[in-house]
Ligand binder design. Structure first.
Ligand code: ATP
Length: 329
């Protein structure tokens, strides 16, 4: 397996801020890799380090086996799709898409042919004569994608590219991006703070916090087997159960995570918990519960009766839904 991007102990500090702190990672060729984390956790800085817009304070970056510290952005065979798209408002769509090829000196007929091909790829054929201001947000997003793809990069960097779109369009673009990535076989590195987006699209996800990677794994690993409280909390609002309670259940004194959707309200033989609130979410209802000193959330199907606040209910889950987090604080 060829490695597309590798970081060896890479740090990027801005004064006292450790934006990226001693990060090791390896992204395989053709992989759809997501960098997920809260605002300020260092994802964008990692992307900019790959693109060459930032230099590491220490450590070592390779792209397809070549050390890139001294390679300028335009020589890296990497393109970026920015959140704000960064289209040129005064240029029509075809010239926007063909811009990178023009800079490289390709003649007009060839670059327009390539740009039309790229527009077809993103399902925007025939839009070439318009200007960015005459397109919807979703269409501008596609143009930004076409403008990056036309350069046939080996690695495509995407910085929250769907952030400005409404929910429905975002979900549609998530599916389309994934299909496009499979079809083209280009390595995608995708930055997002939206866990649903990362889990639905990526082959692997790196969860960032405070400039460090907390966990790297498949979406299933990250979601079902979080290794730390941070990952359990951030990826899907899991419940974290206290070691004392977990010891009574399993004999092991360790924190454990329990997904809200794994919890069932049963008629008998469960753990007694008090209902403290509920919110209707459409397909499901989220119930807040006090279980001893712990506050936990459960998701129940929307057609199930919602117990009233203050009532005591019995809750239960399958043994293998409880995931022990050894060493978590
Ligand atoms: P967001 O989702 O909000 O974009 P992020 O996870 O991408 O966040 P970064 O943009 O990588 O985070 O920023 C990481 C940290 O580095 C933040 O504390 C940020 O303020 C700081 N930082 C980033 N760029 C610079 C800079 N040029 N100068 C000073 N500090 C910076």
């Amino acid at each position: 397996m060829t490695t597309a991007v590798s970081f060896a102990k890479v740090s990027r500090h801005f004064g006292a801020v450790r934006a990226v702190d001693n990060v090791d990672l390896s992204i395989a060729e053709g992989e759809f890799f997501a960098m997920l984390g809260p605002s300020g956790s260092g994802k964008t800085t990692c992307l900019r380090l790959i693109a060459g817009f930032e230099q590491p304070t220490s450590g070592h970056i390779e792209i397809f086996g070549t050390t890139v510290e001294h390679v300028p952005p335009y020589r890296r065979n990497v393109n970026t799709v920015f959140q704000d798209y960064a289209l040129f408002p005064h240029m029509n769509i075809i010239d926007n898409v063909a811009y990178g090829l023009m800079i490289r000196g390709m003649n007009k007929a060839d670059r327009h042919a390539a740009a039309n091909e790229a527009l077809e790829l993103v399902a925007l054929p025939g839009y070439g004569e318009r200007r960015p201001g005459q397109l919807s947000g979703g269409q501008r997003q596609r143009v930004a994608l076409a403008r990056a793809l036309v350069n046939k990069p080996k690695v495509l960097l995407l910085d929250e590219p769907l952030g400005a779109l409404d929910l429905k369009l975002r979900e549609q673009m998530q599916e389309e991006l994934k299909i496009l990535q499979r079809k083209l076989g280009i390595t995608f590195v995708f930055v997002t703070h939206d866990q649903g987006e990362a889990l639905s699209m990526a082959d692997r996800v790196a969860v960032f916090n405070d400039g460090k990677i907390q966990q790297i794994g498949s979406p299933q690993d990250i979601y079902q087997r979080p290794e730390s409280r941070f990952v359990a909390d951030f990826v899907g609002s899991s419940n974290v159960l206290e070691p004392g309670f977990v010891k009574q259940l399993t004999g092991k004194e360790s924190y454990a995570s329990l997904r809200p959707e794994a919890i069932r309200i049963v008629s008998a033989d469960g753990h007694s918990a008090t209902v403290t609130g509920s919110s209707y979410l459409g397909g499901t209802t989220r119930i807040s519960l006090a279980l001893g000193d712990m506050r936990i959330g459960a998701l129940i199907p929307a057609d199930q009766a919602v117990p009233e606040n203050g009532t005591t209910v019995q809750i239960s889950w399958q043994e293998n839904d409880l995931h022990l987090m050894e060493g978590a604080q």
